[in-house]
Design a protein around this ligand. Structure first.
Ligand SMILES: Cc1ncc(COP(=O)(O)O)c(C=O)c1O
Length: 350
């Protein structure tokens, strides 16, 4: 092809999605194992009947509902086509070519991708020995070129979380012109009371942005909707760099309907948390090292054994997510699914 492409995109890592394998259970994408609740499905069906119409470009009703739900000014909220879209919009809104974006590694695999797409330079900072964000090293990695830091709390894929004192001490060290994005995709699965709700930090730290998603606890991963809470000017810019109509009408209606049944959704998340704890304990009993998880998945830091373990799981009809050569992430499923996974883990030849 003679069309010149951006040469830097040759280095763009692919986003590797968890595989769906017919006949095997999928514990590879941190989805909830349950479908959307009936009132949510009804809202989707009702809205689908008007599928010939464009969605509300301003996502007005959902934004107003989120503002009410979280007691926030609606001007601070930007809704996106999943929170991953908002990660990309954040880089586009804030970074100029050559600016730096700091994030932990390993962490959510989209961070290096969206940084590069947004013409910024990703600066990965290794997790500490306990697979937790090394906030001291991240603060030290901030240079005059840094415009943004992603803090994934709890961290995908390790499940580990940073606590309030450490996070606040970090925020106090970050210059005010650097945006700190607290990505809280798994907030509803956090049980450690010392792990802060990022929304409570916004008042004291005006450079903080909180990201949330409807893909996990709300069981709407296939509909693509998430939101950012940001300073009003940044929220407005996030909206303006968005692809028009990218939050489709089914997603908007489903998200509102999900907020109507939040109590039931949270109760189901609590079940998932109990299963996570059971899986974690059983794995440790089997001799695996498992860092404490605050999310809906667990991390097995298997190093060079990563691929062999994931292939063994697949032979036992369980799809896990391998991040070779670091480890394997396993989502908490139903009790039966988790039992199947645990028997695969028990029969893994080591
Ligand atoms: C930490 C984190 N942030 C953001 C996302 C993106 O979620 P979505 O785009 O489905 O809202 C994910 C998805 O796995 C995630 O793990």
């Amino acid at each position: 092809m003679s069309v010149p492409l951006r040469p830097d995109l040759a280095a763009l890592p692919a986003y590797v999605a968890g595989r769906t394998v017919p006949g095997a259970i999928k514990l590879a994408s941190n989805e909830m194992p349950l479908p959307p609740l009936p009132p949510v499905l009804d809202a989707i069906a009702r809205t689908a009947a008007a599928g010939n119409r464009y969605p509300d470009i301003g996502v007005t009703a959902l934004t107003a509902r989120l503002a009410q739900e979280h007691d926030l000014d609606a001007a601070r909220i930007a809704v996106g086509c999943g929170s991953v879209a908002l990660c990309q919009q954040l880089v586009q809104a804030v970074c100029s070519p050559g600016d730096e974006v700091v994030f932990a590694w390993r962490s959510f695999e989209a961070y290096p991708i969206v940084s590069l797409i947004g013409h910024a330079r990703g600066v990965p900072v290794p997790l500490d020995a306990g697979h937790v964000h090394d906030l001291d090293a991240m603060a030290a990695a901030i240079t005059p070129s840094t415009r943004m830091v992603f803090v994934c709390n709890p961290n995908n894929p390790t499940g580990t979380a940073v606590r309030r004192d450490a996070l606040v001490a970090f925020l106090d060290r970050v210059p005010e012109h650097v945006v700190v994005v607290l990505d809280e995709a798994y907030r509803e699965f956090v049980t450690d009371p010392e792990v802060p709700d990022g929304l409570t930090l916004l008042g004291a730290h005006p450079n903080v942005v909180v990201l949330r998603t409807f893909s996990k606890a709300h069981r709407l991963a296939g509909l693509r909707v998430g939101f950012a809470v940001a300073p009003p000017e940044l929220a407005a810019t996030l909206r303006s760099v968005s692809i028009p109509f990218s939050v489709n009408s089914l997603a908007q209606a489903a998200a509102i309907a999900a907020l109507d049944v939040l109590g039931q959704l949270q109760a189901d998340c609590d079940d998932t948390v109990r299963e996570r704890a059971r899986v974690e304990a059983a794995l440790r009993e089997l001799g695996y090292a498992v860092p404490p998880s605050e999310a809906n998945f667990v991390w097995l830091p298997l190093g060079e054994e990563t691929t062999r373990f994931s292939e063994h799981a697949l032979e036992n009809k369980v799809v896990v997510r391998a991040f070779s050569p670091d480890g394997v992430r396993v989502s908490a499923g139903t009790p039966e699914e988790n039992d199947l996974f645990l028997s695969a883990a028990a029969s893994f030849p080591r």
